[in-house]
Design a protein around this ligand. Structure first.
Ligand code: ZN
Length: 561
C-alpha cells in the first residue's frame, strides 16, 4: 500500500489459528513442489506477506492496548494475541527449519542475502516445541517481578508514589530529599528481598534447564542465540568489557570527582550520582505543539529525516503525550503492511522528553528507510545494531538543542555526554554479572549478591552507598528489569552507544558526512549482521581493541578534564 493511510484508519483483521495453519500447509506444499528458483522465490514472497500481515496485527493490537489500558476490548484482543503467539512461533520456526535444510538454500541466499538464514538458524536452535511450557512459566515469572515492583505505594514528603514517581526526587537539588528518596526506594527492595531473590533463583534454574533440553552447555549460549548474535560470541564481549575497564573506568572516576566538586560535597554518595548540574537539569521550553514544531523544523534541516517526520505527523503516527490510562515508557513499533513506523512516548516536561523523542525517532527513521528491504527479517536489525540508529540520532540532533532548551542547550549537551560516558561501565557490569550468574546456576542468592559486589569493585569503584543497607549488600541489580526479563540484552545498549559516540566524534569534525553515513546505515536495516553494518558506516566494531580510545580522548577534551 503506497497511499498514506491515517493511523486512525489502520486495521488488520485478527487471524484465526486454523486459517494460518491452512496457509502454512499450502505454502509447504507449494515449496515441496516448486520446480525452479522463480517458483521458490514466489513461495518465499507469499510467506513474507503472511508474516507482514501477522506482525502488523500484533503491533497494532499491542499498541492500541498501551494507548488505553482501560479499554476492555483492546485488553481482550491483547490477551488473544498472547495466547496465539507461541502457536504462531511454532508454525514459523518449523517452516524456517525446512528452509534451512533445503537443497536450494545457496540459491536463495544469493537472492536474499545470507543474514536471514543466519537469523533463522538462531531461531531454530533456540526453540523446541517441548519448551513451550517453560517459556510460558518464564514470562509468568517476569510478570510476577513487574507486578511486585508495580505494587509499590511509598510515602515521601506527604505524597504517595510508585517507584517511578518516587525517582523524580532522585534528581532533587536538595541533598536530604535525594537521600530520603533512595532510602524509601531501597526500603521497598529490602522489604521484598526474599521474593526478589526467589523469583530470580527460579528464573535461573528454569533457564539452565531449557539450555540443557536444547543440548547447549549453559544458558549463556542460549541467551546469545535468543538475541540473534550471529557474528560474535562471549569472548568478543569479554574483549569489549576489558576495553571499558581500561578506557572508561578511569575517565568515569575523574567525572565523579569533578561532579563531587561541582556539587560541593566531600564524598559523593550514591544519592548524589543523578545530579550532574547544581543549577538543576535543564527542561525543554516549548509546550507540546511547540515541541512538535521545533522537531519538524530541526528534521527539516537534516536530509531525509525532514520528509519522514512530516509524514509521521501527517498520518498521526506519533503518540507522545502522557495521559490517564496510557501505559508508561517510550517505544517504537511498525506496521509493515502500511510501510510505516509509530512512536509512543510519555512527555512530562523534563529533559528526558527530548532524549526519548530523538531516540525513538531514530528507531522510526531506520524502519521507515528500510521499507524496501526484501524480507520482514530485515525491517529491523538485531537490537545492538538497532540501538545505534536511536542513540546516534540523540547525538546528531545536538546542533538543534537551542530549539528546545534555549540558553540551556549547552548544559543539556554536557549532561547528555556525561551520562552517556557513565552509562558504559554500569552497562557492562550488568552484563558481566549475568555471565557469572549463568556460569554457576547452582549459586545461592547470597553468592549472587557477592558476584555483583565484585562487579561494583571492578566497574564502579567510586560507588558509596552510605547507610543504604540493601544495595550495600549487593542487591542493586534487582532494580534492573532486564536482568529478570531480558537476559543478556543489556550489553546491547553499551555496544550501540560505543558506535553512537563515534558518530558524535565524527559529527564534530564533518557533520554532513556523518549524517550521510548515518542515513545510509539506516537504509540497510537488518540486512547484515552487527559488525558488518557498523564497519560499513565507517565505524570501528566495539570488539576491536582501542575502539573507545578516540571517544574517551574527545570527551575529555570537550568536558575540559
Ligand atoms: Zn532504543
Amino acid at each position: 500500500m503506497s497511499t498514506e493511510t491515517a493511523f486512525a484508519d489502520m486495521h488488520v483483521a485478527e487471524p484465526e489459528l486454523a486459517a494460518v495453519q491452512a496457509d502454512m500447509d499450502a505454502l509447504r506444499q507449494r515449496w515441496s513442489e516448486a520446480g525452479d528458483a522463480a517458483a521458490r522465490r514466489a513461495v518465499l514472497a507469499d510467506w513474507d506477506e503472511l508474516r507482514r500481515r501477522l506482525t502488523s496485527w500484533s503491533s497494532l493490537t499491542n499498541l492500541r492496548f498501551q494507548q488505553d489500558t482501560r479499554d476492555e476490548a483492546a485488553k481482550a484482543a491483547r490477551d488473544r494475541l498472547d495466547e496465539l503467539r507461541p502457536q504462531l512461533q511454532d508454525l514459523e520456526v518449523s517452516f524456517k527449519r525446512e528452509l534451512l535444510a533445503s537443497e536450494h538454500r545457496g540459491e536463495l541466499e544469493q537472492s536474499f542475502g545470507g543474514q536471514a538464514f543466519a537469523l533463522w538458524d538462531a531461531d531454530v536452535r533456540s526453540f523446541a516445541p517441548e519448551l513451550k511450557e517453560d517459556l510460558v512459566r518464564e514470562s509468568k515469572l517476569g510478570a510476577d517481578y513487574t507486578a511486585l515492583l508495580a505494587s509499590a505505594k511509598l510515602e515521601l514528603q506527604g505524597e504517595t508514589l510508585n517507584l517511578s514517581g518516587l525517582l523524580k526526587h532522585a534528581e532533587s537539588p536538595e541533598r536530604e530529599t535525594r537521600h530520603a528518596c533512595q532510602a524509601t526506594y531501597w526500603g521497598f527492595f529490602a522489604e521484598h528481598a526474599e521474593e526478589l531473590d526467589r523469583i530470580f533463583a527460579e528464573l535461573v534454574e528454569l533457564r539452565a534447564g531449557m539450555a540443557q533440553t536444547l543440548g547447549l552447555p549453559s544458558f549463556t549460549e542460549l541467551g546469545y542465540l535468543r538475541m540473534s548474535r550471529v557474528d560474535y560470541d562471549a569472548s568478543d564481549v569479554e574483549q569489549f568489557r576489558a576495553e571499558v575497564r581500561e578506557e572508561l573506568v578511569p575517565l568515569c572516576q575523574d567525572l565523579r570527582r569533578a561532579q563531587a566538586e561541582r556539587l560541593g560535597v566531600d564524598a559523593l554518595r550514591y544519592w548524589d550520582e543523578a545530579v550532574h548540574d547544581p543549577a538543576g537539569n535543564p527542561a525543554p521550553q516549548p509546550d507540546y505543539e511547540g515541541m512538535l514544531d521545533a522537531a519538524e523544523a530541526m528534521f527539516g534541516e537534516m536530509g531525509g529525516l525532514g520528509p519522514f517526520f512530516a509524514r509521521m505527523r501527517r498520518q498521526g503516527l506519533l503518540d507522545l503525550q502522557n495521559r490517564e490510562g496510557k501505559a508508561g515508557g517510550g517505544f517504537c513499533t511498525s506496521f509493515p503492511v502500511y510501510g510505516v513506523p509509530f512512536v509512543f512516548a510519555n512527555f512530562n516536561q523534563t529533559k528526558g522528553d527530548v532524549r526519548v523523542f530523538s531516540h525513538e525517532a531514530g528507531h522510526a527513521y531506520q524502519n521507515y528507510s528500510s521499507q524496501s528491504q526484501p524480507l520482514l527479517d530485515y525491517l529491523w536489525p538485531t537490537s545492538e545494531a538497532a540501538e545505534v540508529h536511536s542513540m546516534s540520532l540523540e547525538f546528531l540532533t545536538w546542533p538543534h538543542m537551542e530549539r528546545f532548551f534555549g540558553d540551556d542547550a549547552e548544559r543539556f549537551r554536557r549532561v547528555h555526554l556525561i551520562e552517556s560516558l557513565l552509562f558504559l561501565p554500569y552497562g557492562v557490569a550488568i552484563d558481566h554479572f549475568q555471565h557469572e550468574v549463568y556460569a554457576r546456576p547452582e549459586a545461592s542468592p547470597a553468592e549472587r549478591h557477592g558476584m555483583w559486589q565484585d562487579m561494583e569493585r571492578t566497574y564502579l569503584p567510586w560507588r558509596d552507598y552510605g547507610d543504604l543497607a540493601r544495595p550495600a549488600a549487593g542487591a542493586l541489580w534487582q532494580r534492573q528489569r532486564h536482568v529478570y526479563q531480558w537476559p543478556f540484552y543489556y550489553i546491547d545498549y553499551t555496544l550501540a552507544l560505543t558506535c553512537a559516540m563515534q558518530f558524535w566524534v565524527q559529527s564534530q569534525e564533518d557533520f554532513a558526512d556523518a549524517l550521510t553515513r548515518y542515513e545510509a546505515l539506516c537504509a540497510r536495516g537488518g540486512s547484515a549482521p552487527f559488525q558488518e553494518l557498523v564497519r560499513g558506516a565507517g565505524l570501528r566494531s566495539p570488539f576491536e581493541r582501542g575502539c573507545l580510545k578516540e571517544v574517551a580522548a574527545k570527551a575529555r577534551e570537550y568536558l575540559g578534564l
